[in-house]
Design a protein. Structure first.
Length: 413
């Protein structure tokens, strides 16, 4: 993979979908990340969609996306021999990332105290729905459950109907990013003290951070943030934030003040060039337009006129025209739009990754950040089940091919 930020460190990845994004971030930063799968393959390999819609644990696009730059071995850490082998791996592990239920590792004699006795510098990052302690610690929790309990779900959708979930799971991704950040903080502490520690990440708590202003709103006003859907709410007034156009949607906000003066004048002149600006807009003194005194009736006139104008133009035309006129408006992009983005193309964001096992090349998102001194290397495809068993067990732990065959027969690897 070439030069990398953290190439001299190693992580053991014991996560399922709750924590796989954390270990992906570490792997992308160059950490030698060894995905430890149960014999036969990790459960996340069964999450679709699949390459060419063919269900196959070696063709999960979810697996591909979350396991680039990792190596894979198979190992059942609950068996006596599996524990021995895992403990040998811990000796050289800088990070261990896991998402088992609280108490699972302790039940099998692999709690943090045991692991740190083997390697005092190792950092154990534990990612669970509700954390390692508290009355909910032993409860199960899906992405949807933790979004619901973390207030985020309450904020999503229209006020006149039930909350709605986002199409793509969010809670696990946010927790994974938080866990990676927390792991790096623990790493910094270790570099200054020489001592590792356990990092306890609650997915529910990560989601509460994402919920943002909902918590201070309640503390200050004893009221919840109201679901606004595609609208923007102000006391006693409501107007769109997402607008229909000829072929999709754009985002645009009606504003007051200096920004509103410039934007409202510009869009009024643009609309007037097509004879679509009502007299109300042309006669308004935008420079002195007092946003706090605007009525819903006035906003409705403005909204109706802008809506009619937007529907005569494509999202691309509106965005291009807005850029020329200094108007804060942009197209609501889908995945196809992002693949054609001239901005992303200019920054070489999209990266082709060869999948020799598929005889194909698949385009992946590039690194989440660019570093001037230590570039993040090109992604390498996600590993096949146990692809690096021989490489690690034989070359590093000194097992023979015969021993590997026996361990496989016994269901240890």
């Amino acid at each position: 993979m070439g030069e990398s930020l953290l190439g001299c460190y190693r992580a053991l990845d014991l996560t399922d979908e709750k924590g796989v994004f954390c270990s992906k971030i570490l792997a992308d930063l160059g950490v030698d990340t060894i995905k430890i799968e149960k014999p036969g393959g990790d459960s996340t390999r069964n999450i679709g969609p699949f390459y060419h819609d063919v269900p196959d644990p070696e063709k999960s696009l979810y697996w591909f996306a979350n396991n680039t730059n990792k190596r894979s071995i198979t190992l059942d850490i609950t068996t006596p021999r599996g524990k021995e082998l895992f403990k040998q791996l811990v000796k050289k592990a800088d990070f261990i990332i896991e998402s088992f239920s609280p108490g699972f590792l302790a039940k099998h004699g692999l709690d943090y105290e045991t692991l740190s006795a083997i390697n005092p510098r190792t950092i154990l990052t534990s990612i669970t729905p509700f954390g390692q302690t508290g009355p909910y610690a032993d409860l199960k929790g899906s992405d949807l459950v933790t979004q619901a309990m973390g207030v985020l779900l309450w904020q999503t959708g229209d006020r006149d109907r039930a909350p709605v979930r986002t199409t793509i799971p969010q809670a696990f991704a946010h927790a994974g990013a938080d866990a990676a950040e927390a792991t790096m903080i623990a790493h910094y502490y270790r570099e200054t003290t020489g001592t590792g520690q356990q990092v306890d990440v609650s997915i529910m708590e990560s989601v509460l951070w994402v919920a943002g202003r909902a918590v201070p709103f309640w503390d200050a006003l004893k009221t919840d943030v109201i679901r606004a859907g595609r609208f923007w709410d102000r006391p006693g007034r409501r107007f769109p934030a997402i607008w229909d156009c000829k072929n999709g949607y754009v985002t645009f906000l009606i504003q007051g003040g200096v920004a509103g003066d410039r934007t409202n004048k510009s869009i009024m002149k643009w609309m007037d060039s097509y004879n679509l600006a009502p007299d109300y807009m042309k006669d308004t003194d935008w420079e002195n337009w007092d946003w706090d005194k605007v009525t819903q009736a006035e906003l409705d006139i403005y909204t109706k006129a802008v809506t009619e104008f937007f529907k005569t133009r494509t999202a691309e035309e509106l965005e291009e025209g807005a850029i020329e006129r200094g108007i804060m408006l942009n197209k609501v992009c889908d995945s196809a739009d992002s693949r054609k983005s001239v901005q992303l193309e200019a920054r070489n964001f999209w990266t082709p990754v060869e999948h020799e096992e598929l005889n194909d090349t698949i385009t992946y998102p590039g690194p989440f950040a660019k570093f001037s001194l230590t570039p993040v290397g090109t992604p390498h495809r996600a590993p096949k089940i146990g692809e690096h068993n021989q490489e690690i067990y034989e070359s590093e732990l000194g097992l023979t091919l015969r021993e590997l065959a026996e361990l496989q027969t016994q269901g240890v690897i």
